[in-house]
Design a protein around this ligand. Sequence first.
Ligand SMILES: [Zn+2]
Length: 62
Amino acid sequence: MIDYEAKPCVECGAEFIPHSPMSKYCPACAPKVYRRKHTERVRRWRTRMKENEQQWRAETTS
Ligand SMILES: [Zn+2]
């Protein structure tokens, strides 16, 4: 295991030891932020699917 230097969490500013150089959030915020990002992704995907469906309907009907 490599130990990285403590750095402040992007979300709450608390110092934490990251598990990887990519980590930006403390263990308390990581799941919260991940869930938020996931929700946004799903919402965008749903919007896109709805647009595709409307386009598909427009092409197939009339
Ligand atoms: Zn945090």
